[in-house]
Design a protein around this ligand. Structure first.
Ligand SMILES: *Cc1c(COP(=O)(O)O)cnc(C)c1O
Length: 469
């Protein structure tokens, strides 16, 4: 197949793989993350030719070089059409203007009301298509404190070659979040409430993955944020937003609420592919490891502080490794060295000068809880629009770090306000309601099983149900 990319590990000592193997592998065997060995290029006329195309068609054009060798363009077109057909807005990721040369990019029109649907709805279908060709099946196992579980379940439901087992801590997930998972009536979806905490759930999953015999027998897999296919799928909305606002004849700036660095890294990928992006603002809450790193060159892990934007309450920003790989001229041994330091000392130091090239594109800003609430209140007062606390972090940081005001500024809105009603109500006095497709969520029947915090019980449960055996 033409233009076939190969994927290499950021730590330099795992075998190079094609797209389908990278999709199924997730993490590289040397502990690194896979990246393409070259950036596919979009010329200015390629970008101009995207004007007026629908989201799914643009997704096919932008992603085709990444999947070549694993899926052909016709297959990809079928998957993108299907993946985005269920979104509740015809534009899939619409822009809404909130000020002079300032927009919000609404990434919450998918089935679970958060931006992760944009990638996962497609990636679940890619898994199924690649597995179908291989005649094999996988067993996805995950733990969730509420937010990512539903996006993974919606991505895997009704897939022929995938079963998903999602563990959540019994009684410790909000009712809306639990119901978004447990009301999914699909025979390949298993919700398990564990008598324990989220950490207990996570350590059960870790123990299962560490059992290599089980891992091979069930083809255990995760749909986590380090999967390259997720990054590739996320580059698409940077392109559609920029093209809507005049790209490639105008450059644009984005502000991106950031946790694991997956979303903002996708913006960097779009820029490397040729999309004229003037600035990417890395917006964090008080869990500001990236802001400190950009300021000092030192990446130091500290404890996680719970905030009103919980999907960004992270300790390490795993996809940052992919940017570091480029900053170190794609020298895997250097990255392996830094990650060794991180494992040993909880910190590493970026060589002097390495961050300078990133500083021309990126700005990082940390937003306090007060400023997050103020941004929600201000948005409501000036536009009548309710935004969720993650989006508010992006808006506050973007306004602080925006380049010259003639450059269109696009704030990525990563969740529907109804997913975080308490914080929105606290800031604005208005309690957002669920959108129409989820309006009857509280009346739908639930289906889940309850198990003790006991790894042999969980193992037996999965083994007797997985179709991969
Ligand atoms: C996951 C998530 C984020 C952070 O995205 P990363 O790719 O981890 O940087 C931001 N907002 C919401 C609502 C999320 O669910």
């Amino acid at each position: 197949m033409r233009n076939r990319l190969s994927y290499i590990s950021t730590r330099g000592s795992a075998p190079a793989l094609g797209f389908d193997d990278v999709l199924l592998a997730g993490l590289a065997r040397d502990g690194g993350l896979y990246v393409p060995d070259a950036w596919p290029q979009m010329s200015l006329s390629d970008i101009a030719a995207l004007r007026g195309l629908d989201y799914a068609t643009t997704a096919t054009r932008v992603m085709a070089p990444f999947v070549a060798g694993g899926l052909d363009e016709g297959e990809l077109a079928g998957l993108t059409r299907d993946a985005y057909a269920g979104f509740d807005h015809a534009a899939v990721a619409p822009l809404s203007q909130i000020g002079a040369n300032e927009w919000v990019l609404e990434l919450y029109h998918g089935p679970t009301l958060a931006f992760k649907d944009l990638a996962l709805q497609l990636v679940g279908r890619m898994f199924d298509a690649v597995l179908e060709k291989r005649g094999s099946r996988i067993t996805v196992v995950g733990a969730t404190s509420g937010d990512t579980g539903s996006a993974a379940i919606e991505a895997c439901r009704d897939r022929d070659n995938v079963d998903i087992f999602m563990l959540h801590p019994a009684g410790r997930v909000s009712e809306v979040q639990r119901r978004q998972m447990t009301t999914v009536q699909a025979s390949n979806v298993y919700n398990v409430a564990i008598d324990g905490t989220f950490d207990d759930c996570q350590s059960l999953v870790k123990t299962l993955f560490a059992d290599h015999a089980l891992r091979d027998r069930l083809n255990l897999s995760a749909v986590n944020s380090i999967n390259w296919a997720r990054v590739a799928a996320q580059t698409v909305y940077y392109v559609t937003a920029a093209v809507s606002l005049g790209s490639p004849d105008r450059t644009v700036a984005f502000s991106v609420p950031t946790g694991n660095f997956g979303d903002v890294y996708a913006g960097y990928v779009a820029q490397r592919m040729g999309l004229p992006i003037e600035r990417l603002v890395i917006a964090t809450n008080v869990n500001d490891i990236l802001v400190r790193c950009f300021r000092t060159g030192r990446y130091t892990v500290t404890g996680v502080v719970p905030t009103i934007s919980p999907s960004m309450d992270i300790q390490v920003s795993s996809n940052f490794e992919r940017l570091l790989f480029d900053l170190y001229d794609r020298n895997g041994a250097s990255i392996a060295g830094l990650m060794g330091d991180l494992g040993r000392d909880g910190a590493f130091e970026i060589e002097r000068g390495r961050l300078a090239s990133a500083a021309t594109l990126f700005r990082a800003a940390e937003v306090s809880e007060e400023d997050t609430l103020a941004a929600m209140a201000d948005m409501y007062r000036t536009t009548g629009k309710l935004i969720d606390p993650h989006t508010a972090v992006g808006v506050a940081a973007g306004r602080r770090e925006r380049p010259d005001p003639t450059v269109p500024l696009i704030h990525l809105s990563t969740a529907h306000p109804a997913k975080f009603p308490d914080a929105v109500e606290r800031a604005t006095g208005v309690r957002p309601g669920l959108p129409a497709p989820l309006a009857d969520l509280l009346e739908r029947p639930e289906r889940y099983d309850r198990l003790d915090n006991d790894v042999s019980a969980v193992r037996a449960y999965i083994e007797s149900r997985s179709r991969a055996v």
